[in-house]
Design a binder for this molecule. Structure first.
Ligand code: 5GP
Length: 182
């Protein structure tokens, strides 16, 4: 197998620069700070892509929040929307104000499963914050309370989004460079 290219070689057109992302994350953090003041906020992120956004967003929220993590495997057994929890939350969310922090929502099938599962645990509230909304591809409608950017139907890498496990560490969001498509 060919050696994977360096991130700087694989990234093509930059869709959102690191400073554009930082500005939007600031705005989202301010909105969440205002909305969740006096409440018992827990940020729940789905591994692995969401941790980059979570790390930046949580530092822009001026509240005594906690964080927790889930991992899911999608598409096992072949049919989309067929989701299995491979790592569950560490703590109970009963009676707490849960905000799911996602990198990107595409079809919505994965998150639809996660939401149903979390709702059954009796949180005080359950909302979604996604950095990217690929809304043209949506199959299941989801109530998105906070949205960073709406994006077109293009495959993106960076800022948590991967290509076969790599390139999450690009500081910006980019399309693939043509050579990476070969
Ligand atoms: P869905 O909403 O279709 O259930 O799945 C969302 C997941 O698909 C995301 O968490 C991400 O892993 C993956 N995904 C969707 N669009 C993209 C994209 O443009 N780039 C990358 N790297 N992953 C994507």
């Amino acid at each position: 197998m060919a050696t994977p290219g360096a991130p700087s070689e694989v990234a093509g057109k930059i869709i959102f620069s690191d400073s554009e992302i930082a500005l939007r994350v600031d705005e989202l953090g301010a909105a969440i700070t205002a909305d969740y003041s006096g409440r018992d906020l827990v940020l729940v992120t789905i591994l692995k892509g969401g941790i980059f956004f979570l790390a930046d967003l949580s530092r822009r929220i001026d509240l005594p929040l906690t964080t927790d993590f889930m991992a899911v495997s999608s598409y096992f057994g072949g049919s989309p929307g067929n989701v299995r929890i491979t790592k569950d939350l560490d703590d109970s969310i009963q009676g707490r104000d849960v905000l799911i922090v996602e990198d990107i929502i595409d079809t919505g099938l994965t998150l639809n499963y996660v939401i149903k599962n979390l709702r059954s645990r009796g949180p005080a509230s359950l909302e979604i914050c996604t950095l990217l909304d690929k809304d043209v591809r949506r199959i299941v409608e989801l109530p998105i309370a906070y949205r960073g950017f709406t994006v077109a139907d293009r495959f993106l890498i960076g800022y948590g989004l991967d290509l076969r496990g790599r390139y999450r560490n690009l500081p910006f969001l980019a399309e693939l460079h043509e050579v990476a498509l070969l």
